[in-house]
Design a protein. Structure first.
Length: 283
């Protein structure tokens, strides 16, 4: 992604320090930077975690408002700089998907509900397994070549029933090819990270892998045919983590690539791979 930078000059009893922010200042984007030892950073009064090297990361969800306040404090808790950030607002499409098994839209049996509940807990535990590392500072690569068939933020209508928005990027077989021939295509890790979940036969997600790129920024790979990694494994950008499939709730072969921060903030993977998706910034 093409980065737009913001510099904060902190006038202390020492030479001015520059803090550079890089990222996408838009709904679905994330921003990272690095502070000096003793500095703390706050977004709308909420303290942002920093690692041992001073790196920090924050993101903007689907409905994030137009402005945010970023504050920098020194080790004494004194405010050294405050900035207003302008967050680009987006419009979202409606996507209709028909032909799904009814049980995959509205699970009804006790067994189905029990499986979904158990898997929800497993996923939440994985989101809490926050890893060190700074893969989030890399320019992400597309995990698999193909046609974008589903987009972040779109309102989903499944078998005619409104459902929650689609929080990810779907990548399907290129036009003019047989979709079934796409099954087994290798899936690459979009950036460095650590595997925090590698599990088969999830009710909705099918075979699924979580890759923590550092500070709780997690790539979520769904509907895989094969899983080639194990929990705790370190992966480099471009390493094969599995193959494309159509397991779980899927009408055809495709990869669902989601991106979540700290388990709760849904981000747009497409922003991380397309240079023209960076936006400015503050007053």
């Amino acid at each position: 992604m093409r980065f737009i930078s913001i510099f904060f000059l902190c006038f202390l009893s020492m030479p001015a320090l520059a803090i550079e922010l890089k990222g996408n200042f838009t709904q679905g984007g994330y921003v990272y930077g690095q502070v000096e030892k003793g500095q703390n950073i706050y977004l709308n009064d909420s303290k942002i975690n920093t690692d041992k090297d001073g790196y920090f990361l924050f993101g903007f969800n689907r409905e994030y408002p137009e402005t945010a306040t970023l504050t920098i404090k020194n080790e004494r808790g004194e405010i050294t700089e405050t900035k207003k950030l302008k967050i680009k607002q987006r419009d979202y499409n409606i996507e209709r998907i028909d032909g799904l098994p009814p049980s995959k839209v509205t699970p009804r049996t006790e067994e189905q509900q029990a499986q979904i509940s158990k898997e929800w807990t497993i996923k939440q535990d994985a989101y809490k397994d926050i890893q060190s590392g700074n893969g989030f500072t890399q320019k992400f690569i597309q995990p698999v070549e193909g046609r974008f068939s589903g987009f972040y933020g779109s309102q989903r209508i499944l078998n005619g029933e409104p459902r929650r928005p689609h929080f990810g990027l779907d990548i399907a077989a290129p036009k003019g090819t047989n979709p079934m021939d796409y099954i087994g295509t290798p899936i690459k890790s979009p950036a460095d990270g650590i595997i925090t979940l590698a599990r088969k036969n999830m009710y909705f997600e099918g075979n699924m892998v979580f890759i923590d790129h550092g500070q709780g920024l997690v790539s979520i790979m769904m509907h895989l045919e094969d899983i080639n990694v194990e929990k705790g494994e370190h992966v480099k950008q471009g390493d094969i983590i599995g193959t494309l499939g159509m397991t779980g709730r899927a009408t055809g072969p495709h990869l669902h690539w989601g991106l979540r921060l700290n388990g709760g903030i849904h981000l747009d993977p497409q922003l991380m791979i397309e240079d023209n998706q960076s936006y400015a910034y503050n007053d």
